[in-house]
Design a protein around this ligand. Structure first.
Ligand SMILES: *Cc1c(COP(=O)(O)O)cnc(C)c1O
Length: 353
């Protein structure tokens, strides 16, 4: 039997009646130990990846969206709206389709990975591109959702965070306690806030004896938490975290500081290196924004900030297939073109065996 995330954690979530659940069977994602990667560090750490690319639309956004859309249904909403760097629009569109609601999505023109845009188109969302960045789109949808009878499903909607905290529940259930550190990418900062909520909730219920230190990683060109102020023109190839004015600023600060964790910034080059390494040694293909949790962990291990012998969970927020543009742009040289003759190809194989 496949349970929806809301059925599984019904008592912890704000949905009142099971008949209102809108689900695509999300959550319950794999927690995979990265043994090959950690052998590079003489196995001095235990590192697990929470692979959120296994969700129905390929990102963790589905955990929050099942709750946000179910709640919208519960209050009789007919339409929903969101601003998005890509994955929120894909997820919102899919759950709205299932709920027979109209979905409007506002996107920064030219800055959405094609896989994500294709999803929003196929799920039938009304797609509006603007000449502006995510933060501009966010300002617009917040104002419009107050004027019109349209429910806002960005992560400023507390039901999104309620759904997303279930990833922390699953990790505690799998490991039998919380990890020592939890690393994840930070864009709008909803997810780091949601995990911290989830860890604290299960800690209070005595399902874990400890709480993790929360490590939030931002791209160098889009790192408001490092500069301690919003960034007017954020830039990074990790489009999912190309955000200059995080909506969950206070909550994320509480997560990092309250857990004795920290924020750090990572270059686009380090992101690409980690993304490729993860694919090549572990067989796990995540999108660039997701790889920042691995890149950040590597950097902090090298800086001596991670205690030896500790257990770390890295959230891989989205599936690598969503952003094949990045791969084709940066890894073209991985393909050779040869004449279709046996001896030519044999020669190439012999040289590379
Ligand atoms: C949305 C998203 C993020 C950022 O999550 P926030 O809650 O906005 O901090 C990171 N990675 C991927 C793949 C995303 O879709």
């Amino acid at each position: 039997m496949n349970y929806s995330l809301i059925e599984k954690y019904f008592q912890y979530l704000p949905i009142k009646h099971e008949k209102n659940i809108v689900s695509l069977v999300e959550g319950n994602t794999p927690l995979v130990e990265l043994t090959s990667l950690m052998s590079l560090f003489n196995n001095q750490y235990r590192v697990f990846a929470k692979i959120e690319g296994f969700n129905p639309t390929g990102s963790f956004k589905d955990r929050g969206m099942t709750v946000a859309i179910s709640q919208a249904k519960e209050v009789g909403a007919k339409a929903i709206i969101c601003a998005s760097t890509g994955n929120t629009s894909a997820s919102a569109a899919a759950y709205a389709a299932k709920a027979k609601m109209k979905a409007f999505v506002l996107l920064p023109s030219g800055k959405i990975a094609h896989g994500k845009l294709a999803q929003a188109i196929m799920y039938g969302a009304e797609i509006i591109q603007i000449e502006g960045n995510f933060d501009d789109a966010m300002t617009l949808v917040k104002a419009l959702s107050q004027k019109l009878p349209i429910a806002l499903v960005n992560s400023v909607n507390p039901h999104r965070l309620a759904g997303q905290k279930t990833a922390a529940f699953e990790i505690i259930e799998t490991l039998a306690e919380a990890p020592d550190y939890h690393a994840l990418p930070v864009g709008n900062a909803g997810n780091i806030s949601a995990y911290w909520m989830g860890y604290k909730e299960f800690f209070c219920l005595k399902k874990s004896k400890k709480l993790p230190k929360m490590l939030g990683y931002q791209a160098e060109g889009a790192a408001p938490f490092i500069h301690n102020k919003p960034i007017a023109t954020p830039e990074t190839l990790a489009t999912a975290i190309r955000i200059g004015n995080p909506q969950s600023w206070e909550l994320a600060q509480q997560a990092a500081i309250g857990s004795a964790g920290w924020f750090a910034s990572i270059s686009d080059e380090e992101i690409l290196t980690a993304q490729r390494l993860l694919a090549r040694v572990e067989g796990i293909f995540c999108e660039p924004a997701s790889a920042i949790s691995i890149a950040g962990l590597f950097k902090d291990i090298h800086l001596g900030k991670i205690e030896k012998g500790s257990t770390i969970v890295c959230t891989l927020t989205g599936n690598g297939l969503k952003d094949s543009d990045v791969v084709m742009k940066h890894h073209q040289h991985s393909i050779v073109t040869l004449n279709p003759q046996a001896h030519v190809i044999q020669n190439h194989l012999e040289k590379n065996i």
